[in-house]
Structure formats: structure tokens, C-alpha cells
Design a protein around this ligand. Structure first.
Ligand code: ATP
Length: 322
């Protein structure tokens, strides 16, 4: 019989609760004792760890955020902090830890693994920038929220012959901007990975106006060199030649908070089960992910310190559809 703890760390993502539920229930179905760690790595260090049974994870499948709480924990960046966390885990008698989170969180779990503690990571971040998985928990829901915003902006944009700039999350990774832009029929998409001349954006808007379009949508990732604010400033200087009136909307944290959609609930349930199966076969120091429709494990050493690159085929597709 194993004693297994689960925590969520880093930015919350819709579907984290579904993953916690799956980890706890799949563990219980094996006859194991399950524990929840509160507030990410901070809770590991302070010992904020409580037993969790099947009922404790009831009614959370459809909820965004994370019932365990998440935190960004500075102390965990230090050897002393991590050793304290391992001491706490050993005192309580935890045999293995499941870490649900993104790039930073999995770097933390890899550090625990290197110190000899059995860990399994679950890929969860709305950025979809983790290596070792084609998709992470939360991306699909966040994408659909961005898409709904585009659809709504198009309606109001058409009524007033406006162009809208929609800024979505993605400090280093343009995945959500690119995919939401393609799905929402954006005129132009700006992402951190591709350098863009704002003049090209202005020309696209010009052309759209001349062709008699009633609206135009530009999707911008927050980390693009020309984010919404920079583009508005640029357009301000070229106002005379732009037919459209330009407005900016910054979606911000609205993207994180939604209830997870079916895709994220199922993905999180599969990842949770995948983590328990990995622990059962003592496949430690790995990230549970999705590759070619199958649940896989990838060694954390192949995952951390890297950022998954955006698909240039998708960038080309977006250009072709402009
Ligand atoms: P997201 O990308 O969705 O915001 P994330 O998991 O990448 O999520 P981070 O804030 O980067 O979020 O990391 C979460 C926590 O993981 C940090 O506060 C820290 O406690 C731990 N962590 C991150 N990087 C390291 C590291 N290099 N060594 C040890 N711990 C780390």
C-alpha cells in the first residue's frame, strides 16, 4: 500500500481540479492512502498536507482553479527549501508526490527527483509550452474563452466599422493567440515567436477596409514585441490613413477562470490516472503527457529547461487565411 500526495503549482489552469480528483480516486481504487498538499511547494515546506478521500474531491470536476490552492514559492528555489520539503514528506510517510503544473513547477519536481524523492509530473498550463506533451491541461478551455471574446468583438465591431485588438495571455508563448486567431478568423496575429513589422498590420487593416470589410480583428499575445498598447500607439500616429476606428481589449485573467470544457476534464482525468499508473510501476521522475492520442511518460530531464516551439505550419496557415 502506497501513500501518495498531490499538489498544484504555478498558474492555475481550468482542469486542475479534475486532475486532483482523478489522482485521488484512481489512487483510492488501488487501495492507497491519498493526501493533498495545500498551496503548492509552500505547503510542502510548511507541512500543509491533509489526507484526501473520494468524497473530498466530489463536486469539483466542473470547477476552474484548484481546490488545493497554488503558490509561487521562493524558498523552493533553494536547496535548503527543497530538503525541508523532503523531510516533511518523509515524516508524514509519503512514498510519492504528484505535481500538477507548468514549466516552472516541473523544474521544481525534477529537483526533488534529483534529490531522490519519487515524483511524477502532470502537464498543466494554459500556455501549452511544456515539452513532452502535445497539449497541457487548461489550454483548450482558455482557447475557447479567447474565441468567444473574438466572436463577441466581431459582432460589435461590425456595427461600428471598427477594428479590434484582442490581447490574450502568452508572455513567451503565442499558442493561444495563434490558435484563437485561426479559429476566430483574425485578420492578423502577433506572437512573441515571430517578429512583426507594425506597418504590415496597418497595411492589412487598410486593405480590409478598402475591400469593404465591416470589421477587423487582430489577436495579440501579451508577450509580442508589439502588444496591444504598442500597436495602439503606433496606429495613433497613422490615424489618417486607417479607415477603421481601433479599439483594444485585454482579456487578462478572464482566460484562466472558466469552468473546464469536456476536453480538459477528460484530458485531466486521463493524466491523473496516468500518474497513478506510473507510480504503480515505479516510473518516477517523469511527466505524464499526451502524444499521438496516447498517455505517455517522458523523463523530466528531457522536459525541463526547454520550451516547446510553436508550429511554423500553423503560423503559415494563419498567414494563408488572413
Ligand atoms: P505557469 O507557466 O502556468 O504559470 P509554472 O509551473 O511554469 O506555471 P512558475 O511560477 O514558473 O509556474 O513555477 C511555480 C513554482 O515552481 C515556483 O514558484 C517555484 O516554487 C517552483 N519552481 C520554479 N522553477 C524552479 C526551479 N528552477 N527550481 C525549483 N523550483 C522551481
Amino acid at each position: 500500500m502506497k501513500h501518495v500526495a498531490v499538489l498544484t503549482s504555478g498558474g492555475d489552469a481550468p482542469g486542475m481540479n479534475a486532475a486532483i480528483r482523478a489522482v485521488v480516486r484512481c489512487g483510492v481504487s488501488k487501495g492507497w492512502s491519498m493526501f493533498g498538499v495545500y498551496n503548492g511547494y509552500a505547503g510542502l515546506i510548511s507541512g500543509n498536507i491533509r489526507p484526501m478521500g473520494t468524497r473530498d474531491v466530489g463536486g469539483i470536476l466542473n470547477k476552474g482553479g484548484t481546490i488545493l490552492g497554488s503558490a509561487r514559492c521562493q524558498e523552493f528555489y533553494t536547496d535548503a527549501g527543497r530538503l525541508k520539503a523532503i523531510r516533511t514528506l518523509r515524516q508524514i510517510g509519503i512514498d510519492a508526490l504528484v505535481v500538477i503544473g507548468g514549466n516552472g513547477s516541473q523544474t521544481g519536481s525534477y529537483e526533488l527527483h534529483k534529490l531522490g524523492f519519487p515524483v511524477v509530473g502532470i502537464a498543466s498550463t494554459i500556455d501549452n509550452d511544456l515539452c513532452g506533451t502535445e497539449i497541457t491541461i487548461g489550454v483548450d478551455t482558455a482557447l475557447n474563452i479567447a474565441l468567444e471574446a473574438i466572436d463577441r468583438l466581431k459582432v460589435t465591431a461590425s456595427s461600428h466599422q471598427r477594428a479590434f485588438l484582442l490581447e490574450v495571455m502568452g508572455r513567451k508563448c503565442g499558442y493561444i493567440a495563434l490558435m484563437a486567431g485561426i479559429a476566430g478568423g483574425a485578420e492578423y496575429i502577433l506572437i512573441p515567436e515571430v517578429e512583426t513589422d507594425p506597418e504590415e498590420v496597418a497595411e492589412t487593416l487598410d486593405l480590409a477596409y478598402q475591400h469593404g470589410k465591416e470589421h477587423a480583428i487582430i489577436v495579440v499575445a501579451e508577450g509580442a514585441k508589439y502588444n496591444a498598447e504598442a500597436l495602439i500607439n503606433y496606429f495613433e500616429k497613422h490615424r489618417d490613413r486607417l479607415g477603421f476606428k481601433i479599439r483594444a481589449t485585454i482579456l487578462g485573467h478572464v482566460q484562466r477562470g472558466g469552468n473546464p470544457g469536456a476536453f480538459d476534464r477528460i484530458l485531466a482525468s486521463r493524466f491523473g490516472n496516468g500518474a497513478i499508473e506510473a507510480i504503480d510501476r515505479e516510473d518516477y521522475g517523469v511527466l505524464v503527457g499526451l502524444n499521438k492520442s496516447a498517455i505517455t511518460t517522458t523523463p523530466l530531464e528531457e522536459v525541463v529547461g526547454k520550451t516547446k516551439e510553436i508550429s511554423m505550419d500553423m503560423v503559415k496557415l494563419a498567414r494563408a487565411l488572413d
